[in-house]
Design a binder for this molecule. Structure first.
Ligand SMILES: [Zn+2]
Length: 220
């Protein structure tokens, strides 16, 4: 579902996101008072805005290199900027991957002083959540941002294909850690992220096999 268009990029909501918001609102309206519901919805909206800005960071960096972004889609566990093609140029991939967490860092620098001056804890919480969002995305779990940074850096000495294989192997390890950690601490969102990483790595691995075949065909 399209909710807005920013800088010619459609911003979409995945249906599961909507289901979660409606479900959460109904559940908390039933269990707590309306003011608490209003406050947490406002917090949710601010967080949601931070995710959109994070994804726009990737999209704007991609645009700088002449790469279009088809859409930004928001899922309950985060957003995805559908960039038309991930560049095999390490510098470009590095800059695009880092741009998202960099936006979170800037939001922390924006919110934190205001929180300290006004003593408004909501702003402080927003700063903390942005710091977590930025740092979590920098975990080198390919295809998360940190994993792309790792692939870009490994590409310089080892070349794109070997760097990708290494980043994917590390990514699978993290995915497993997320699922096990999620089960152990009963954190469904962590299990979901782990499962999502497994699927995403599988897709990327098949695409890479095609690249390898293509390269072999060209060098044969
Ligand atoms: Zn990101």
């Amino acid at each position: 579902m399209r909710i807005a268009t920013i800088a010619q990029i459609p911003i979409r909501l995945h249906w599961s996101f909507l289901a979660l918001v409606v479900g959460y609102t109904a559940f908390s309206a039933w269990t707590t008072d309306l003011q608490t519901v209003g406050e947490s919805l406002l917090m949710g909206l601010a967080l949601f805005g931070s995710v959109v800005l994070h994804e726009l960071g990737h999209a704007m960096a991609a645009r700088y290199f002449g790469i279009r972004t088809r859409h930004i889609t928001l899922f309950p566990f985060g957003g995805i900027a559908a960039i038309e093609q991930i560049p095999q140029n390490p510098t470009q991939e590095f800059v695009i991957a880092v741009a998202g967490p960099l936006v979170n860092g800037m939001l922390v620098l924006l919110f934190l002083p205001f929180a300290l001056i006004t003593g408004w804890w909501t702003l402080g919480l927003l700063a903390v959540l942005n710091a977590i969002m930025g740092l979590f995305n920098l975990i080198p779990a390919y295809p998360m941002d940190g994993g792309r940074v790792l692939r870009a850096m490994l590409s310089v000495p080892f070349g794109y294909i070997r760097a990708s294989l290494a980043a994917m192997a590390i990514g699978r390890l993290f995915a497993l850690l997320f699922v096990v950690g999620g089960v152990a601490t009963w954190t469904p969102s962590l299990i979901l992220i782990g499962a999502f990483l497994f699927v995403a790595i599988g897709v990327e691995r098949r695409r890479l096999s095609y690249d390898i075949e293509l390269q072999e065909a060209m060098t044969a």
